[in-house]
Design a protein around this ligand. Structure first.
Ligand code: SF4
Length: 969
């Protein structure tokens, strides 16, 4: 037995034997990076976790979070049994009684069956940071409800949509910087979260090889600290910087003209005459219909050699053509036209570095130098790789052109209400430098690139919401025109979150942050059951936290809750659990099967597709059940067609069986490795009953290396496009021309201007759509600035994720909370002194929407107009099994209290989100600062009454440590 203060060694390595240690491989989920890990077990208990050296993603590297998974496993906050709210208790009181899984399923089956046979849209499924959206989306679709989304709308949908609508792919899982060949690497708005270990490994190698690294961020993040240069920038102004860089690159002709002519829509002719097709591309009707952005084949370009308009493809790419990028022309029918690039040139002509300096705070001369550095590196330090390849029009290129300027950007750009156009301006900047899927630049990861616009229509037909009927399309997708919006004939939203409506037309990931507010208001209709998985909607996953907590408890005039039934599935006692009517205890990532699938979010590398799995390395704790199993069980009980045999029996025994046997198309399933009955086929093939075993034997990962000639220029690479279509990753093998100019956006603008014949927005949204659906990138102030007095609230307030924690999960991790048990507001000393706030002192931070009290640290590592803090460390008292007096709730704080989920608009309210995509505007909030009075309590505000422990919590962390320490080797 371990004795406190004893001189006996806790562990004697000389007598230690590894003989009884079992090592199993699986995939980490302490963050979304998904590194391969080895879990070392003794007596069935996890004793140690290290990185798997044989895993292609992390090659054995592990971070502090990853190795602390052992403490997540034994967290005292773990839920272990299904719970039903005690009759007569209020939501939020946290009073529950344990029930069996059978009882939980009976309750759900009865309720959901009634909804499905009466009005399926009254069921809403919203999931947080899950990695199985292919299953959760399928469940909603089979149920027949459009009310489904995952967390992307409040995370980084601007990054995904802004890039995908421009270059066909995006950062992180979908693509990234090729630091093996880059010479200059520019990182913008990125903290150490997404793509953590691989990015750090690549950066180390890049710097050792002499690469130059510039980080642009309001905060000198950990990445900025190792950069050759940190360029501070004001939050929400990155788009202005990109516009000025475009101005400089074009003014000094530092653009890749041959690339623009062949591989982008820069030479395509935009019609300038007012009318129905104003601002759309001129086209040759003999070569096909006008198209909606998904039809690139019949556009016209101006050939300077012959002095006439020609079809951009294939005529325009014939030998001897010289497509105009500049100028104004007249078509034979008298239509005035100009190449898209000409319009971009005109757009950025006023966006001088001086203009951007006033907005961004970056000196004009530095912006000039930056543009020069980017342009000269891309064009003058370029080189070629001796890899012959064939483009989509059959031209054989003897080499691949490298453009050694790489960019990486994430949430710092995305989480603003101007994020979509900001990300588009970055994508256009990268395109002008020719650094798309080129060595040293941005490179795609399979199954990307997608079409621009991707061939995935979101469900949008009100008549198809019918009892007992699956939807005829997936709930999420990528609209290409107003006709594809999810609205009724009068323009009102079809979905509870208003996604794909005129309020946020391209909301590819939904708007989870508005579900509760809209549902409580009954806008556009009332729902009955809200099922939330892995999202802490009563705390750090929501804006306006205190009000949203009240809304979860709001009752109608009939005395019933406005959201009648709230189901929460989580592994831990988060703040949201207290509000649930029914709690479903989830497993940890070490206790379940998971897939990182090509149908969803794989872990592909630049040189080919990679998918991976998790396999259980320990038994589920208590009565915990993986959420996947819950969905398979419910889908089977509710007899969804895709889950039921013709004789009415269930099709899939359990989740692993579903993964192996479900086919999205013939031969295409969740996993691409070891397919075919005998496991000898890869990528595509019949289901293999032993597929899980093959993954388990092979480090839980499958990697396919494509031939060298298919690894680059994949937007236009003929063999790659054919291969990707054959393997089911794409519906067509068309090339993906980069959208310097977005005719898709223009179709929405024409509708808003009343110029087109089809669907038009309601009058109160016309100006909004006409303004923000600009076919060319532009910068505008974050929307909050127009609603608040920026003199009164002069500071921008932002958050970043602590490098030792991911989301709110790690507050209960007894190792990680020793690194961060509470947070501070970091303020530049000049700003803090001007406000009279001392280093380490307490201060009030006020926005137009709320106020909080917190501790302040003076820090030179933040630009003077910005204050920032770590996200999701502050906790509600008693949640996560933290003692009511724990630092997390007494000293920690949550910036969300200052952020509104809605802004005033047209006499009412509208989501505090990007008007194009619905991305939550987390980083738009403006605040001021004042010192707290010395007699005020030295604790953060607001404080909440501690919630009680729910029944059945694991609470074994201490026991586990005692157990480990008492074991003699
Ligand atoms: S980077 Fe993320 S996935 Fe990788 S080891 Fe760390 S926590 Fe795990």
């Amino acid at each position: 037995m371990f004795k406190f203060l004893s001189s006996d060694p806790v562990h004697n390595p000389t007598t230690s034997s590894m003989a009884d240690t079992e090592v199993k491989t699986t995939t980490c989920y302490m963050c979304a990076c998904r590194c391969g890990i080895r879990v070392h077990l003794r007596d069935g208990q996890v004793r140690y976790i290290d990185g798997n050296p044989d895993h292609p993603l992390n090659k054995g590297v592990i971070c502090a979070k990853g190795s602390s998974g052992i403490m997540k496993q034994v967290s005292p906050a773990r839920l272990t049994q299904p719970l039903l709210r005690k009759p007569g208790s209020e939501r939020g009181e946290g009073l529950f009684e344990p029930i069996s899984w059978e009882r939980a399923f009976e309750i759900l089956e009865k309720r959901l069956s009634h909804l499905r046979t009466t009005d399926p849209k009254k069921f809403a499924l919203f999931t947080g940071r899950d990695q199985m959206q292919a299953l959760t989306g399928l469940f909603a679709r089979q149920f027949g409800t459009p009310n489904y989304a995952a967390h992307g709308g409040f995370c980084s949908v601007n990054m995904a949509a802004g890039m995908i609508y421009s270059v066909g792919g995006s950062f992180w899982e979908f693509g990234g910087p090729d630091l093996d060949y880059a010479k200059l690497f520019v990182m913008i708005g990125t903290a150490e979260d997404h793509h953590s270990n691989p990015m750090k490994m690549a950066l180390g190698k890049f710097k050792r090889a002499g690469g130059r690294f510039i980080s642009i961020n309001p905060v000198c993040t950990g990445y900025s600290a190792i950069a050759d240069e940190w360029i501070p920038i004001r939050p929400g102004t990155d788009g202005a910087l990109f516009m000025a860089l475009l101005h400089e690159l074009i003014a000094h002709d530092l653009v890749d003209r041959p690339f623009l002519q062949r591989f982008t829509n820069a030479p395509q002719l935009v019609m300038l005459d007012e009318g129905e097709r104003e601002g759309l591309f001129a086209f040759d009707p003999a070569a096909g219909v006008a198209g909606d952005g998904r039809n690139p084949h019949n556009k016209l370009a101006w050939d300077l050699t012959s002095g006439r308009a020609v079809q951009a493809y294939p005529e325009g790419v014939e030998e001897g053509r010289s497509l105009a990028l500049e100028g104004h022309y007249t078509l034979p029918a008298g239509t005035r036209v100009a190449p898209a690039f000409q319009l971009l040139r005109e757009r950025v002509s006023q966006h001088t570095p001086e203009w951007a300096e006033a907005i961004t705070g970056i000196p004009a001369e530095r912006i000039r130098q930056l543009a020069r550095e980017m342009g000269e590196t891309a064009l003058h330090q370029a080189f070629e790789l001796p890899i012959p390849w064939t483009d989509a029009w059959g031209k054989q290129h003897p080499t691949i052109q490298a453009r050694p300027v790489a960019f990486h950007a994430m949430r710092g750009l995305a989480a603003h209400s101007n994020g979509f156009q900001t990300v588009r301006s970055l994508a256009v900047l990268m395109s002008l430098l020719g650094t798309i899927d080129a060595p040293g630049g941005f490179r795609h990861k399979a199954p990307y690139p997608r079409h621009i616009v991707p061939n995935y229509l979101a469900f949008n037909d009100p008549d198809m919401i019918k009892p007992n009927t699956p939807l005829n399309a997936a709930p999420l997708g990528f609209p290409a025109s107003p006709e594809e919006l999810a609205v009724h004939a009068d323009g009102t939203p079809l979905r509870i979150d208003h996604a794909f409506s005129w309020e946020h037309p391209l909301s590819a990931h939904g708007l989870m942050h508005n579900v509760i507010t809209n549902a409580v208001r009954g806008d556009p209709y009332k729902i009955d059951t809200l099922l939330i998985f892995m999202a802490n909607m009563a705390w750090n996953s929501t804006m306006n936290t205190m009000e949203v907590r009240k809304k979860l408890n709001a009752r109608g005039e009939d005395g019933e809750y406005r959201i009648p039934f709230l189901v929460v599935c989580d592994a831990f006692q988060s703040e949201t659990v207290a509000y649930a009517d029914l709690v479903l205890p989830d497993t940890t990532y070490l206790e379940r099967h998971d897939v990182m699938s090509m149908l969803d979010r794989p872990i592909s590398e630049f040189d080919g597709p990679v998918d991976s799995v998790r396999v259980p390395v320990v038994e589920p704790t208590g009565e915990c059940k993986p959420f996947q199993e819950v969905l398979i069980e419910l889908a089977s009980r509710l007899k969804f067609p895709a889950f039921t045999n013709e004789d009415g029996s269930r099709k899939f025994k359990d989740y692993p069986d579903f993964v192996v046997n479900f086919q999205a198309q013939p031969g295409v399933g969740f996993l691409m490795g070891w397919r075919g009955k005998d496991g000898t086929q890869h990528l595509r093939g019949e289901p293999n009953p032993n597929q899980w075993e093959m993954y388990a034997k092979n480090n839980c990962v499958f990697q396919h290396h494509m031939p060298k000639d298919q690894q680059y220029m994949r937007n236009w690479n003929r063999p790659y496009l054919d291969f990707a279509k054959e393997k089911g990753w794409r519906q067509k093998n068309d090339p993906v021309q980069l959208a310097i100019y977005s005719d898709t956006l223009q179709t929405f603008r024409l509708a808003a201007q009343g110029k087109s014949k089809g669907r038009q927005p309601p009058d109160h949204l016309r100006e909004r759509i006409a303004t923000y659906f600009d076919p060319l990138p532009f910068w505008y102030e974050p929307l909050e600035n127009a609603c608040v007095d920026t003199q009164q609230f002069p500071l921008a307030a932002i958050t970043q994720r602590p490098m030792a924690m991911y989301h709110s999960w790690d507050s209960q991790n007894s190792w990680l909370r020793q690194i961060h048990s509470h947070n501070y507001l970091h303020v530049n000393p000049v700003t803090a002194k001007a406000a009279g706030v001392e280093d380490g002192g307490w201060a009030w931070v006020t926005s137009a929407w709320g106020e909080l009290r917190c501790m302040v640290r003076h820090s030179d590592a933040v630009e003077p107009g910005t204050v920032w803090t770590w996200n999701a460390i502050g906790k509600a008292s008693g949640a996560w099994q933290l003692a009511p007096g724990a630092d997390e709730s007494r000293k920690g704080f949550l910036l969300n209290h200052l952020i509104t989920e809605e802004l005033p608009f047209a006499g009412g309210q509208i989501s505090n989100s990007d008007p194009v995509t619905g991305q939550a505007g987390w980083y738009d909030v403006r605040v001021n600062l004042r010192p707290a009075h010395p007699e005020e309590p030295a604790e953060s505000f607001p404080q909440l009454d501690a919630v009680p422990s729910v029944p059945g919590l694991l609470r074994s962390g201490r026991r586990f440590m005692t157990h480990i320490l008492s074991k003699k080797p």
